[in-house]
Design a protein around this ligand. Structure first.
Ligand SMILES: C[S@@+](CC[C@H](N)C(=O)[O-])C[C@H]1O[C@@H](n2cnc3c(N)ncnc32)[C@H](O)[C@@H]1O
Length: 230
């Protein structure tokens, strides 16, 4: 099940700055919208540089962070070595829908943020949802965030530029654009998984989910967010 994206992410740090901005904005929004509190047990799939953990580590009961990148897992473990309540675990890049490592745990909030665009197809997204249902507490919430719904990177870049001007992160924006253009990301960009709103609605119907599609949880204003209530 390996794909070129899981290879790409083994040591890709060019997006870290923009991810930090994105995650802080997102974390503030979900904290408020879903009343995230000291009772919550968070699962973060595709944790990257652990910015969600930076934000929530002292605010929730515990966080389990998973990633296919051993680089990110190691740096997370190092950064949070003083925290018993935050753990980082590696998932197999060749078998990334195998969640054996967390099979005995239950979570109240599950976050999959800017990750499913690296999956191969919508069937993998459906499999992810089924796997998350198994590790969700009754009444738990799965937030699949930052879903690319349309073709063409241009719209993404234009809207990000607008936000960069309004919120003062132009430098991070230009670093992001340069990295996207001059790293192997550029060759791979056509392989990003896009799921239209209609297809998201089909998934909801087909799987009989209690769910909603939300706007504006991240800095990518044109991307969508699928929130599922288990
Ligand atoms: C754009 S970053 C997002 C990081 C973090 N969620 C955030 O928003 O700051 C994508 C992350 O997903 C990870 N990733 C890519 N494919 C994955 C997969 N199939 N399963 C789990 N993680 C994956 C990458 O290693 C990377 O850390």
């Amino acid at each position: 099940m390996a794909n070129q994206w899981t290879q790409f992410w083994q040591n890709a740090h060019g997006f870290d700055k923009i991810m930090r901005l994105n995650t802080v904005l997102f974390a503030k929004k979900i904290q408020q919208l879903f009343n995230i509190s000291s009772e919550d047990k968070i699962l973060d799939i595709g944790c990257g540089p652990a910015y969600l953990e930076d934000f929530f580590a002292k605010k929730v009961k515990n966080i389990t962070a998973l990633d296919v990148s051993s680089d990110y897992v190691k740096s997370g473990q190092e950064k949070f070595k003083q925290f018993d309540s935050v753990q980082f675990l590696q998932i197999d890049p060749n078998d990334y829908l195998n969640f054996e490592v967390i099979k005995d745990q239950k979570f109240s909030k599950i976050v999959v943020m800017s990750v499913i665009q690296y999956f191969k197809n919508t069937e993998e997204v459906e499999k992810l949802i089924l796997e998350m249902q198994k590790v969700s507490q009754q009444g738990g919430i799965l937030i699949i965030a930052d879903i690319i719904v349309q073709d063409g990177a241009l719209q993404d870049v234009i809207s990000l530029f607008g936000r960069a001007i309004r919120h003062g992160f132009l430098l991070a924006f230009f670093q992001f654009v340069l990295y996207a253009r001059f790293s192997s990301y550029y060759q791979l960009r056509n392989k990003l998984l896009k799921i239209s709103v209609q297809d998201l609605q089909k998934i909801i119907q087909k799987m009989g989910l209690k769910a909603e599609i939300m706007d504006n949880l991240t800095i990518h204003a044109e991307r969508k967010n699928l929130v599922i209530y288990f």
